[in-house]
Ligand binder design. Structure first.
Ligand code: GLC
Length: 829
C-alpha cells in the first residue's frame, strides 16, 4: 500500500518546507561543499560517517543562522538548567525536523546518491546520561527552545558516555563508549569561556576593616573548564538555545621540567588528573556512589556554570544583586546541590555581598527538582571528604546549618516536639548518624526557592516522607511538576507513519498543538481509520522484528503481541516480576499445550550499573529463560523471549512505536514518575502497570478502561512492608508462583550451574523488599485479561487509539510552561 512506499516523513513535513528557505539544490551543494572542503573527501571515497558529518555541518550552518536571530535581544530572564546528565541521543533528526528540512535533506542526499536513513544511522548516540533523569533534561531542552523560553543547559562534555553493553553467554559486559572518536560536528568550542575551578587547599582570614573578617579560599589545585556549545533548535526554528558542556583541562598541558628530565609519563600526570573529571559518565542510576571523582565532577560543572552565568549577568545588568530578577537556576537532582554554598561563596568573595544579601540572592535564584526518594539514592557526602576537597564550602554549609537550626529555636518552636534532638537531627543538613555526612537533598531544599517532585504521587510522598519535617517549615516550597516528553522526538521523529495519519485526520495543526490529537478519538471505532492505524503499527513491528533478528538472531512474529519492558535494570522496576511471570506462563503453556494461547513476544532491554551484581544476575536469568523458551518446540508460536543488547535512545525510537504492551510494573511508591510510560502510551501501546509515579496520571487521562492496572498501591505497599513474613505467606498462597520459583531455583534454566539463581529465589522467599510476591497473582490475572483483550482486535485498537488521542497533556511543552509560570516566573519569547 501507499504507506509502505512513501518515504517515511514525506507527507507531513510538506507544510514546513519554508523554515529556512533552502531548496534541494542549496542543501545538496552545501553538503557537497562540506564533504570536499571540510572533510577533504570525494563522494566516491566517503563513508556513511563522512556523509553524516557533511550533512550535519550543512544543517548546523542553518541552525546558526536561526541562532543569531534569536540571540539579538537580551531576554529579560533566562533559565539555567544544571544537570550532570543530558541524554540527547542523536541530534540530526531534531535539527532537520525542527527546521522543516527533512524532505529537502532526503532529496538532496538522494541526488548525491546517498540514502538519508543510512546517514542518520551513522550518527553516534550522545549517551551523556543514564536513564530517565538525563533524558528528561534532553526533552526539556527541546521544549524550552520550542516554546521560546530563553535557556542554557549546563552539563559535562564526557569523553565517554554510558558504557556499551554486550552479552557474553547472557552475562552483561561493559565496554567504553566512544561517541567523540571522530569529533562532534554539532559543537562549537568556546575557549574564551574558560573558568578556573579550585579544589583542596586552605581558607585564610583577613580583616579589611574594623571588626570585619573576610575568608579567602586558596585552592591547592586548579582545573580549567572549557565551554563546548551545542545549539538546540526549537520547533520551526523559531528559537535556538544552547547546551553548554564543560570539558576539563589542566592549567599546564605538560610539566616541561619533568619531561626534559626523562619522566615522560610523570610530566603529564597533572594533566591526566585534571582531564579525568570529564572523562566518563558515572554509570550509576538511582544509587549514590561515594567516589571522590564524582564529587569533583559535580563541583566542577556547577562552579563553571555559576561563574559563567554570573559573568553574563554582570555584563548585561551591572549589579549582581538583581540576579534573581533575570536568572532562574534549576538544579536537576542533587548533583549540582553544591551550587548553594558555591553561589554564596562567589557572591561574598568576588562581589563583596554580605552574608544576608548573598543568602537572599541564592534562595531567590535556585530551585531544586527531586527525582527519587529511594534512601540509597539520596546523595550524601562524608564531611571529612568535603573538608578536604572543598574546605570553604564546608564552612559555609556549617554556617547555613547553624542559622537554620537556630531559627527553629527562635521562632516559636519551643514545644517539646520541636526541641527534641531527634527533630533537629531530622532537619539538619548534616547526618550525624552515619559517620557525619552532608545531606545534599536537605542542602538543596533549604537553599532553593521552589522544590518540585516529578509526578503527583511522588510530590505527595516528598511531603509526607523524606522531606516532611522541612516541608512543615515552609509548606509552599514543594510544588508538583509532572514530567513530560517531547512529542517532536517521541512521536514526529520516532513514528512518522502515525504522525502522518494524525495530520491527515485532524490537520497539520497537531504538529504545533498536541491537544488536537483528541480529534482521533472520534475515529477509535471507525474501521477505515483503525485499519490505517493498525497498518502503521504493523510496519513498525516488522521494523522492530528486523532489528531483533539482526542483533540477537531470534525470529519473532509480528502477529504476536509485543510485550515490552525497556528501562534501566533495577530491583524496584521489577524486571524480575516479569521474568517470573514468563516462567509461569511457560509452565502453563506446557501443561496445556492445546489451549488457545495468545501468542506473545516478551522483549527486554536495559543496562545494569556495572557494580550492581543482583541486577546483572536478573539480566542473566532473563537471557537463560529466553534460551530455554525459544529452544522449546512445545511453546513455539506462543511464547518467545528476547533481551536486546545495548539499549539506547535511538534503539528506544525503534522499539517504542513497535510495542503493543508497555510494562510499567515498579513497586508502588518507588518510581518517581517514569517517562518511558508516556512514550509508549502516546504511540498507542497499552500499559500494564502499578499505581506508581505518572502511571496514575496516565490512567486519569487515558481512562481506566484503556490501561491495565494491578497490584498494591503505595499505601498498600507501606502496610504490607510492616507485616513480618509476608513473602513466605504469599508464596504459600500461590501454587503458581511457588512452582515458577521452584523451577528457577532447581537449575532448570542453568543446568551447568544449578544454584546460579538461588540468590534471587532465596531473597524472594525471605525478604522480597520490592514486594514481588505480594503482587504476583494480580499481575498474572491482569496478564490473562490482556490475553483476552488481544483476542478482540476491535476493542484493542479502540483502546490503543484512545491512548494516543488522550496523551497530549504529557508533552514536555506543558511541563515547561508550568515551570515557566510557577517556578521560574519567566516570559515566553
Ligand atoms: C529518575 C526517576 C524516574 C523519573 C526520572 C525523571 O530517573 O527514577 O522515575 O521519571 O528521573 O524525573
Amino acid at each position: 500500500d501507499s504507506a509502505a512506499e512513501m518515504p517515511m516523513a514525506a507527507a507531513w513535513t510538506a507544510p514546513l518546507l519554508s523554515q529556512t528557505g533552502d531548496t534541494v539544490v542549496d542543501l545538496r551543494e552545501s553538503i557537497r561543499a562540506k564533504l570536499t572542503f571540510a572533510l577533504g573527501r570525494t563522494p566516491e571515497s566517503a563513508r556513511p560517517r563522512d556523509w553524516f558529518v557533511a550533512t550535519a555541518m550543512a544543517l548546523r550552518e542553518r541552525v546558526v543562522a536561526a541562532c543569531m536571530a534569536s540571540e539579538k535581544a537580551v531576554p529579560n530572564k533566562r533559565v539555567y538548567y544544571l544537570s550532570l546528565e543530558f541524554l540527547i541521543g542523536r541530534l540530526m533528526s531534531d535539527a532537520m525536523n525542527n527546521l522543516g528540512l527533512t524532505d529537502t535533506t532526503r532529496a538532496a542526499l538522494r541526488e548525491l546518491g546517498v540514502d538519508l536513513d543510512a546517514v542518520q544511522d551513522a550518527e553516534p548516540d550522545a549517551a551523556l546520561g543514564n536513564g530517565g533523569l538525563g533524558r528528561l533534561a534532553a526533552c526539556f531542552m527541546d521544549s524550552m527552545a520550542s516554546i521560546g523560553i530563553p535557556a542554557i543547559g549546563y552539563g559535562i562534555r564526557y569523553d565517554h558516555g554510558l558504557f556499551r553493553q554486550s552479552f557474553e553467554d547472557g552475562w552483561q559486559r561493559e565496554a567504553p563508549e566512544t561517541w567523540l572518536a571522530e569529533g562532534n560536528p554539532w559543537e562549537f568550542v568556546r575557549p574564551d569561556a574558560t573558568y578556573a575551578i579550585g579544589f583542596g587547599g586552605t581558607v585564610t582570614l583577613s580583616s579589611p576593616g574594623e571588626g570585619v573578617i573576610r575568608r579567602h579560599w586558596q585552592p591547592a589545585e586548579t582545573v580549567r573548564a572549557v565551554a563546548h556549545d551545542i545549539p538546540v533548535v526549537g520547533w520551526r526554528g523559531r528559537h535556538v538555545n544552547r547546551l553548554r558542556l564543560w570539558k576539563a583541562e589542566a592549567g599546564e598541558p605538560v610539566d616541561l621540567g619533568r619531561f626534559n628530565d626523562g619522566d615522560h609519563v610523570g610530566a603529564v600526570a597533572a594533566r591526566m588528573r585534571a582531564e579525568a573529571i570529564s572523562r566518563v559518565l558515572y554509570p550509576s542510576d538511582s544509587s549514590a556512589d561515594g567516589q571522590e571523582l564524582r564529587l569533583r565532577q559535580e563541583y566542577f560543572f556547577t562552579s563553571a556554570s555559576l561563574q559563567d552565568l554570573i559573568a553574563r549577568h554582570v555584563m548585561e545588568r551591572g549589579d549582581v544583586r538583581s540576579l534573581p530578577d533575570h536568572a532562574a537556576i534549576q538544579l536537576n537532582d542533587t548533583h549540582p546541590a553544591i551550587a548553594v554554598p558555591e553561589l554564596m561563596r562567589i557572591l561574598m568573595e568576588d562581589h563583596d555581598l554580605s552574608w544576608e544579601d548573598a543568602w537572599h540572592v541564592t534562595t531567590h535564584t535556585l530551585n531544586y527538582t527531586n527525582h527519587t526518594l529511594l534512601p540509597e539514592a539520596l546523595e550524601t557526602w562524608p564531611v571529612e571528604l568535603m573538608e578536604r576537597l572543598l574546605p570553604r564550602h564546608m564552612q559555609i554549609i556549617y554556617l547555613i546549618n547553624w542559622m537554620h537550626l537556630e531559627e527553629q529555636a527562635k521562632h516559636g518552636r519551643q514545644d517539646a516536639a520541636h526541641q527534641d534532638a531527634a527533630y533537629l537531627a531530622s532537619i539538619s543538613l548534616i547526618d550525624e548518624a552515619h559517620g557525619r555526612r552532608v545531606r545534599m537533598g536537605h542542602l538543596a531544599f533549604h537553599g532553593a526557592r521552589r522544590v518540585n517532585g516529578v509526578s503527583a504521587l511522588h510530590t505527595d510522598l516528598m511531603r509526607s516522607t523524606v522531606f516532611a519535617p522541612l516541608h512543615a517549615l515552609d509548606p509552599d516550597k514543594i510544588v508538583n511538576k509532572t514530567n513530560g516528553i517531547t512529542f517532536r522526538r517521541w512521536l514526529h521523529n520516532a513514528n512518522p507513519g502515525l504522525t502522518r495519519l494524525a495530520v491527515e485526520t485532524v490537520g497539520a495543526g497537531v504538529l504545533d498543538d498536541p491537544e488536537l490529537l483528541r480529534g482521533l478519538e472520534a475515529h477509535a471505532e471507525d474501521p477505515a481509520f483503525v485499519a490505517r492505524y493498525a497498518a502503521v503499527r504493523r510496519q513498525r513491528k516488522e521494523a522492530l522484528a528486523k532489528v531483533v533478528a539482526e542483533r540477537t538472531g531470534i525470529d519473532i512474529d509480528p502477529d504476536a503481541l509485543f510485550d515490552i519492558q525497556v528501562k534501566r535494570i533495577h530491583e524496584y522496576k521489577r524486571q524480575l516480576l516479569n521474568v517470573v511471570e514468563t516462567v509461569a506462563l511457560y509452565q502453563a503453556i506446557k501443561a496445556e499445550p492445546h489451549r488457545d494461547w495468545t501468542p506473545r513476544v516478551k522483549i527486554f532491554a536495559g543496562k545494569a550499573a556495572p557494580s550492581y551484581v543482583r541486577a546483572k544476575l536478573i539480566i542473566k536469568l532473563a537471557c537463560d529463560v529466553a534460551k530455554a523458551v525459544n529452544d522449546d518446540p512445545e511453546v513455539a508460536g506462543r511464547l518467545k523471549v528476547v533481551f536486546l543488547p545495548n539499549y539506547s535512545v535511538s534503539l528506544a525510537e525503534t522499539i517504542i512505536p513497535g510495542a503493543d504492551l508497555s510494562e510499567q510494573i515498579s513497586t508502588a511508591g518507588m518510581e518517581a514518575s517514569g517517562t518511558g510510560n508516556m512514550k509508549f502510551a502516546l504511540n498507542g501501546a497499552l500499559t500494564v502497570g502499578t499505581l506508581d509515579g505518572a502511571n496514575i496520571e496516565i490512567r486519569d487521562h487515558v481512562g481506566a478502561d484503556n490501561i491495565f492496572i494491578f497490584g498494591l498501591d503505595a499505601a498498600g505497599v507501606q502496610a504490607r512492608e510492616a507485616e513480618p513474613g509476608y513473602a513466605a505467606k504469599a508464596i504459600q498462597a500461590s501454587p503458581r508462583l511457588a512452582a515458577a520459583l521452584d523451577m528457577i531455583a532447581s537449575g532448570r534454566f542453568s543446568p551447568e550451574e544449578p544454584g546460579r539463581f538461588r540468590p534471587l529465589t532465596d531473597d524472594l522467599r525471605q525478604r522480597d523488599q520490592y514486594l514481588l510476591t505480594a503482587d504476583f497473582d494480580d499481575y498474572w490475572r491482569v496478564q490473562r485479561s490482556i490475553d483476552a483483550a488481544w483476542r478482540d482486535p476491535r476493542g484493542w485498537w479502540a483502546k490503543a487509539i484512545r491512548n494516543t488521542a488522550r496523551m497530549a497533556w504529557f508533552s514536555s511543552d506543558r511541563s515547561m510552561r508550568e515551570y515557566a509560570d510557577e517556578i521560574w516566573r519567566v516570559r515566553l519569547g
